[in-house]
Design a protein around this ligand. Structure first.
Ligand code: ZN
Length: 136
């Protein structure tokens, strides 16, 4: 049911500074930015082989990313796993007693459908399930 790691998401305080660092210091391919109103973040994308790194900057103080940065100062936020059928995946994980933050998918960047599992179920790691395509 899980196909691959789609992206690694990192919370940052200053997106423009971090974009320059990832592009110019690490030399990664910058793919652009996207505002995701539903998550209250601006996301910058970098390609690293098959995987993307996504930098998340909060759009407002009530963004979940703001709370994370306040607590930890930024850093690794979540790993995203690409799945074929997100509804089926959520159901299967719940049957196996994984705590889900989202019991129904919501809209993420690139109009994908996403759902987060609770980090308590995975030693503190926040996993995002993602089904590509049209969220409408
Ligand atoms: Zn993500």
């Amino acid at each position: 049911m899980i196909k691959k790691i789609d992206h690694i998401a990192i919370a940052v305080q200053n997106l423009q500074e971090e974009i320059a660092r990832y592009r110019d210091v690490l030399g990664l391919e910058f793919l652009g930015t996207e505002v995701v109103p539903e998550q209250k973040v601006t996301v910058a994308f970098f390609q690293v082989g098959d995987v993307r790194i996504e930098l998340l900057e909060p759009l407002s103080p009530d963004s979940p990313i703001s709370a994370f940065i306040e607590k930890k100062g930024g850093g690794l936020h979540h790993l995203s796993l690409e799945v074929d059928d997100i509804q089926a995946c959520i159901r299967q994980l719940q049957e196996k007693e994984v705590r889900m933050i989202d019991r129904e998918p919501r809209v993420g960047a690139h109009n994908a459908r996403i759902a987060f599992a609770h980090p308590k179920s995975f030693s503190g790691v926040l996993y995002e399930l993602q089904q590509k395509g049209d969220a409408s």
